[in-house]
Ligand binder design. Sequence first.
Ligand code: SAH
Ligand code: SF4
Length: 337
Amino acid sequence: MKNTSILGLTISELSEICKKHKANSFVAEQIASWLYKKKVYDFDAMSNLSKNFREQLKSDFPIILKPYSNLQISQDGTKKYLFEYSENRVVETAVIPENDRITVCVSSQAGCRFGCAFCATGKIGYKGNLSAGEILNQLAAIDEFDKITNIVFMGMGEPLDNWEEVYKAIEILTESWGYDMSPTRITVSTIGLIEKIKELIEKTKVNIAISLHSPFADERKFIMPVQNASPVDAVLKVIREANFPRHRKFSLEYILIKDLNMSKSHAAKLAEIAMFNKARINLIPFNANSELNFKTPSYSEVVKFQNEISKKGANVTLRKSRGLDIKAACGTLSANK
Ligand code: SAH
Ligand code: SF4
């Protein structure tokens, strides 16, 4: 097993371990309950497991939880945690408090191979995948763990490029033997990989956000090379045909880049795409990061663009930038210590 932590194992993987050590299969449920419900990370405290089995588990899984190695706190209360999983695989996790919500923005990969022109994570390139355990560890090892209300896969990496591990993490988060969290409180943000989008729709019930960023194919190719291999039209068609239940949120994310994608014709086409696909539009003013040359629009330009879209009848919201001073905002995560 490539994962050295027991946190991140599904009930069937735990059952296999029980089988290997000749323990009863119901013991898998007991271990899952210690890990995911009681949040106990010390085998000695797992009192209903035999002493012998506890010793075996201890030697198989020396570390259950990996602590964070750095924490930064923004003036606006946003926090950014650093996890060093291996020399190459260093990731960041953002925690965004707002009113009575605490949203955690988790990473799914160290770096990212897709090279979107506006994104700091894309600039560092691909450094490696995270295991399901390493994804969940970003939740379990932070100070806010017991207060998390929402989880968004919007940190470093492309979740569908590490689908197996992301799926396992979602399974553990939402199944009754796991954290038993409602899938309506989890959102996966993706640039839309055609070969995996169907599985995300069919195998989970989480909310889906597609990173669109331009309503025009040629322009999207220019800022998002993935458009060549996985045209967003085809991805949206798969989603349309899946016929989402109403409670499952579906949104299009749209970064606002001054002098690039904010004209009247952009607004009109974007609204048309959103309405045709029954999606909500989430506008994200471009977060400047030192290496990238795009410009952030002024607040009045943002409002004007938002009004253009509303006028066409589409449902549009504006995402506030949070944690910019500590580079915890969308697209600024680069895991520089
Ligand atoms: N790879 C996935 C998820 C991680 S990025 C994706 O791209 O969807 C999470 C969100 O941050 C995406 O909507 C992404 O487009 C956005 N983002 C990236 N760079 C940004 C920047 N410089 N300013 C604002 N948002 C950015
Ligand atoms: Fe990767 Fe998403 Fe950044 Fe594009 S925006 S480079 S897919 S993390």
